[in-house]
Design a protein around this ligand. Structure first.
Ligand code: GLU
Length: 343
């Protein structure tokens, strides 16, 4: 990785030893600069080329619309702090954001109500269970535990301060649009397909209400949650949304301050513990970046202060994570040395 003024880590360590200062001190004094644009573009193109032929996994089919999305679609993108976006493949295809929406509505609620309310009313721990688990709710006396599983995400929606469902919805899509840097809309076909088949989520919403962890009408919260999952985004949009989190809450393209920088770490903490469903530990073990996937095949990952990454490909693994998107993001992370635990 290139550090500071364009010197490689090896050069700095050599310079440090010549000056008889410890390598650790030399590194501590140098700010890590984003990799140069050429390396980012190459890493993105290489990741796309490397996994273009991979056909493992299966589209989600419990939402009928998603079963029909062409499985061959594959896009990779990286959003840089100066607003540039490196991209390869089908980055303009409008996919359903699905669970990735949960991240941004959590950011909205953190902004409106603060971290303490989020901890008390939703919980900020890992469930270790599938995203739509009823048992997760029962085992915790009704507390959703994580804002990034379905129960917690519906409770998060219900915490958005609003006098009407319309106001709540407008805040949610308005907030997500600011993260993307453009006006987002719902794919009505996806919404209909989900709304017609979301009995399980409606059951969870009622269960939360019975335990006192649902803060508005449960069917309204479930409906707005279903709508937010049906928002259409491109892989390019997802990269910019992740880039806004990487950039301390400032959208790298529009330069709008979407979220207070102090609220970015709590959001990323949740992605790091629950972002890839019950495989999140494996993801952090092998890749080491806070990330969030959705059953529409999208995946975002955030290298704080450096890059926002996104990839999309519909076929999923058994936990609900896009197989190719995981491989592609991992490839970019390794090529650019972005694992947060590597220092
Ligand atoms: N709308 C989907 C559901 O509630 C989202 C699931 C996901 O992407 O994890 O089942």
């Amino acid at each position: 990785m290139t550090i500071g003024t364009g010197l490689s880590r090896r050069h700095l360590l050599r310079a440090a030893s010549a000056l008889a200062i410890t390598p650790a001190l030399a590194q501590a004094r140098v700010c890590v600069a984003p990799p140069d644009a050429g390396r980012v573009t190459k890493a993105v193109n290489d990741a796309h080329a490397r996994f273009a032929g991979l056909t493992e996994g299966k589209n989600a089919d419990y939402i009928p619309y998603l079963a029909g999305v062409p499985s061959a679609l594959f896009g990779v993108a990286a959003s840089e702090p100066d607003g540039a976006v490196a991209e390869a493949g089908d980055v303009g295809y409008a996919l359903a954001i699905e669970s990735i929406a949960k991240v941004f509505t959590l950011a909205l609620v953190l902004r409106e109500s603060g971290p303490e309310a989020v901890q008390q009313k939703l919980g900020t721990n890992a469930t270790g269970l599938p995203f739509n688990s009823v048992m997760g709710v029962e085992l915790n006396h009704g507390k959703p535990i994580s804002p990034l599983v379905n129960a917690g995400a519906m409770a998060t929606v219900s915490l958005v301060q609003a006098a009407s469902p319309e106001e709540r919805w407008n805040k949610i899509i308005g907030n997500m649009s600011r993260f993307a840097g453009r006006t987002l809309t719902v794919n009505e076909e996806v919404y209909k397909s989900e709304a017609d088949t979301n009995e399980h989520n409606r059951g969870i919403a009622m269960l939360l209400k019975s335990y006192g962890f649902m803060y508005t009408d449960p069917m309204e919260a479930c409906d707005i949650y279903t709508r937010e999952c049906s928002i259409a985004v491109t892989t390019h949009d997802l990269a910019v949304m992740a880039g806004t989190l990487a950039n301390g809450g400032i959208n790298p393209v529009t330069k709008e301050a979407v979220i207070d920088p102090a609220l970015v770490p709590p959001v990323l903490s949740q992605m790091a513990i629950e972002g890839l469903y019950e495989n999140t530990g494996d993801w952090m073990f092998t890749v080491g970046l806070p990330a969030k996937s959705g059953v529409g095949g999208g995946l975002i990952a955030v290298a704080p202060g450096v890059l926002g990454l996104a990839a999309f490909s519909p076929p999923l693994d058994a936990a609900g994570n896009s197989v190719r998107a995981q491989k592609a993001v991992q490839s970019v992370v390794q090529a650019l040395g972005l694992n947060i635990y590597a220092g």
